[in-house]
Design a protein around this ligand. Structure first.
Ligand code: IPE
Ligand code: MG
Length: 252
């Protein structure tokens, strides 16, 4: 395997360096959101249980988060569990929550070294109590940090919009872009500049429906557990090569 990796780096070195060089001076997106897909298929290819894929899906997180925060990104959102995922077998759901719990537990134990705040976007009332408690605790402990990692958990974009509408109506305010913005699960977060979906599917699947208004979308066939820093840099380079117009005319 070591030889294989060495050969791969040798063969791809130029293109990796090109990507790094070409976009070296361009800014990273301020907010990147991830639809982390392909864990199950990745595990299946290795003749492993699906949950092995969920577990291995966490291995590149640290390098991606570190790289982002070092290069100017302020907000990261990870779609950890969709409301639609409740349709999965209970055993798999249990494992996903266990894996998340373990990761958060490590973070909680090393909280002094954590340089970002954790925010949950979604519902905490239906997840296991143990997970809810620890997430509430780390949210509280990290609330003054400058950078932000958002965990979309038991999340549905449609439900978020419905919930916002109901709350605005209850407060007898007008439904406007501003009031909607102020009634989302997490407040004062700029919309994602870039949404990355791994695993080959080209759809949004109820993710950030309100917030994706002007987001750039990047789709890759790479399964989430294989989505490492090199793959991430490719996504960033692709984003940096795009011209964002927000409905205006082209500058070219
Ligand atoms: C995404 O991977 C992880 C979660 C939804 C928690 P999948 O579990 O959807 O993997 P595939 O799509 O079946 O390969
Ligand atoms: Mg999937």
């Amino acid at each position: 395997l070591y030889k294989k990796i060495k050969r791969w780096i040798k063969e791809n070195k130029q293109s990796i360096m090109d990507i790094f060089e070409k976009h070296r001076n361009k800014p990273y997106p301020k907010h990147v959101a991830f639809i982390m897909d392909g864990n199950g298929r990745w595990a299946k290819e290795l003749e492993q249980e699906r949950s092995y894929g969920h577990m291995m899906g966490a291995v590149h997180l640290v390098e991606i988060i570190t790289d982002c925060f070092r290069n100017g990104t302020q907000f990261l959102t990870f779609f950890v569990f969709a409301e639609q995922n409740w349709k999965r077998p209970p055993e798999e759901i249990k494992r996903i929550f266990e894996i998340l719990y373990k990761k958060i537990k490590i973070l909680d134990m090393e909280i002094d070294y954590c340089n970002f705040r954790i925010l949950v976007q979604g519902r905490l009332d239906r997840v296991p109590k143990k997970l809810r408690t620890i997430l509430e605790r780390v949210q509280e402990k990290t609330k003054d940090k400058e950078k932000t990692v958002i965990i979309a958990l038991d999340y549905s974009g449609r439900q978020e919009i419905i919930r916002a509408c109901k709350r605005i109506m209850a407060s007898k305010s007008d439904i406007t872009q501003d009031t909607m913005q102020n009634h989302m699960y997490v407040k004062n977060i700029p919309d994602p500049d870039l949404i990355i979906r791994t695993g080959g599917e080209k759809r949004i699947s109820d993710f950030l429906l309100w917030q994706l208004c002007n987001s750039e979308l990047y789709f890759t066939d790479v399964y989430w557990p294989d989505f490492d820093i090199v793959e991430f840099k490719k996504a960033i380079a692709d984003y940096q090569s795009r011209e964002r117009r927000y409905g205006n005319i082209s500058r070219c």
